[in-house]
Design a protein. Structure first.
Lengths: 220, 305
């Protein structure tokens, strides 16, 4: 499902953020990306979601080389990738329901279906009572759950999550992991970037460890 | 492909996207009504001035054309010539002219003027002495401007003819004014319309700037450029249509005021009612929408690049 061949990413004037990454994540696999701050976890996720292009190497998503894809094709790739951003990236002037529904609205779904699906997924993450709230009125944990609901609503074949439980208490962490696991059980490949060791111990999955832009541990 | 995308992308209707674009555009207008009002007003002013000057220029052109096509000559006769001399003059003119020749007695000339002036013309009938001379009206057949001028030169030499009027002086004056107004309009109107379009584009540019975070997020969740662009384009079209409607309303009011208040009848080519003909008003409204669309499209393209 996801293949990286000798992928490097560097920014002008900085040390390489990623160096010679080779990685393969299968369909329906659940992978934790871990490592200290600055290890390259977020950069790797940004490359996978086609927010940036690699400086070197090839990235294949479902057999398509995203490093060479035409710009106009990128939105269609992204519709198959749900992303939970570390800073949530919620639209401030839209309600919780609208923020979640936007992933379906870009596909051209009728508004009624969008609202129905968004309401259902918000129920799943425990925010069924906050459909009409604005993001600024929510706590960090609630905003994070809205971001997760938006990422999973389209039932993407790949889900990328950058520290999705960073702001959550243990109980909510469990709920969020259940949502991700449910999606994974339906066949989606899930990649979660985290430096939460407790999470890795509590949910034993394949762990890919990064350090200074290199893969230093991968059991596969 | 995600299950949702697979299930719905084929049916992802244009209607849903259009509704989304309209909702977002209306939301944006509601969010900043004053800036949109300013943009619409400037478009309205530009369209109003453009429509008025184009109408006047076209009307004056049509009037000149009609004058040149009619090729009428009027011979003003010396006073107190007597009926016998009038008859002889008519015979001399008929001998020179192939066309329609008619004698207009001084009394009939006064009556015509009184009728043309309407109510104020009643006073003319009370004058102790008719100040207008008798005249001979001539409509020659198949003469161009030069031949008409030669005919006028030969007619003015007839005994008893004081003056020959072929409307040339008026026509020349109107033509000079029309040419000058047309040249000014050619320079000023594009500038005016461009200024209004730039203002409309600036409003959209501000809206894009305010919503840059939203645009970034939309891109990250898979929005195409067309999806992102559509609400801004709708916003531009709506602002343009509002401007066009306001300009059309202004033209309608102007036409009604001119028709009601001006006493002298206009020639049909300059009829103020033509300013507000349904087709012209529709054209002004459509031009507003088109101007808003083009200005916004250029602005959005540059901003989202």
């Amino acid at each position: 499902m996801i293949q990286l061949f000798h992928v490097s990413k560097s920014y002008a004037g900085d040390a390489a953020a990623l160096s010679d990454i080779n990685l393969e994540i299968g369909k329906g696999e659940f992978v934790f990306l871990t490592g200290p701050s600055g290890a390259g976890k977020s950069t790797l996720l940004r490359l996978l979601m086609s927010a940036e292009l690699p400086s070197e190497g090839q990235i294949l998503i479902a057999g398509r080389n995203v490093a060479r894809i035409r710009r106009r094709s990128i939105p269609y790739i992204r519709r198959n990738i749900g992303v939970v951003f570390q800073d949530f990236k919620l639209i401030p002037n839209r309600t919780v329901l609208e923020n979640v529904g936007i992933s379906l609205e870009v596909m051209g779904l009728p508004r009624g279906k969008v609202r129905e699906a968004a309401g259902a997924v918000l129920e799943q993450v425990g925010l069924g009572h906050k459909l009409d709230a604005m993001p600024e009125r929510l706590s960090g944990g609630e905003q994070q759950r809205v971001a997760i609901a938006r990422a999973v609503i389209g039932e993407p074949s790949i889900l990328l999550a950058d520290e999705p439980t960073g702001n959550l208490d243990p109980e909510l962490t469990l709920e969020v992991m259940e949502v991700l696991t449910r999606l994974n059980h339906r066949g989606a490949s899930v990649v979660v970037a985290t430096h939460d060791h407790a999470l890795l111990q509590r949910f034993p999955r394949r762990v890919v460890r990064l350090d200074r832009g290199r893969v230093v541990e991968d059991p596969s | 492909m995600s299950r949702m995308a697979h299930a719905f992308s084929a049916r992802g209707s244009l209607l849903s996207r259009s509704r989304y674009a309209l909702r977002q555009a209306l939301g944006s207008i509601g969010h900043a009504p004053f800036t949109h009002l300013v943009a619409s007003c400037s478009l309205a002013a530009a369209l109003f001035l453009a429509a008025v000057s184009v109408s006047v220029t076209m009307g004056a052109g049509a009037l000149l054309d009609s004058w040149s096509r009619s090729g009428e000559l009027t011979l003003y006769l010396a006073p107190a010539l007597g009926d016998a001399r009038h008859d002889r003059l008519m015979e001399e003119v008929r001998a020179l002219v192939d066309g329609e020749v008619s004698f207009v007695p001084a009394e009939e000339a006064l009556e015509r003027l009184a009728l043309a002036l309407g109510e104020p013309g009643e006073a003319l009938r009370e004058l102790p002495r008719n100040p207008l001379p008798a005249s001979i009206e001539i409509r020659p057949l198949g003469l161009d401007g030069a031949a008409l001028q030669r005919l006028a030169a030969s007619l003015v030499r007839l005994e008893g003819v004081e003056e020959v009027d072929r409307g040339g002086e008026w026509a020349d004056r109107v033509e000079r004014i029309t040419t000058a107004a047309g040249a000014a309009a050619m320079i000023l109107l594009p500038l005016l319309l461009l200024g209004a379009a730039v203002l409309a584009a600036s409003v959209v540019r501000m809206a894009i700037h305010e919503r840059r975070r939203e645009i970034e997020i939309l891109r990250l969740v898979g929005a195409t450029d067309a999806f992102i662009r559509a609400p801004f384009l709708v916003e531009g079209v709506l602002a343009g249509l509002a401007g066009g409607l306001a300009a059309a309303a202004g033209l309608w009011i102007l036409a009604a005021q001119l028709s009601a208040q001006l006493v002298l009848a206009f020639p049909p080519e300059l009829d103020p009612a033509a300013l507000a003909s349904p087709s012209r008003l529709l054209l002004v409204i459509a031009a507003g929408g088109a101007l808003g669309l083009v200005a916004t499209a250029v602005s959005v393209e540059r901003q989202l690049r």
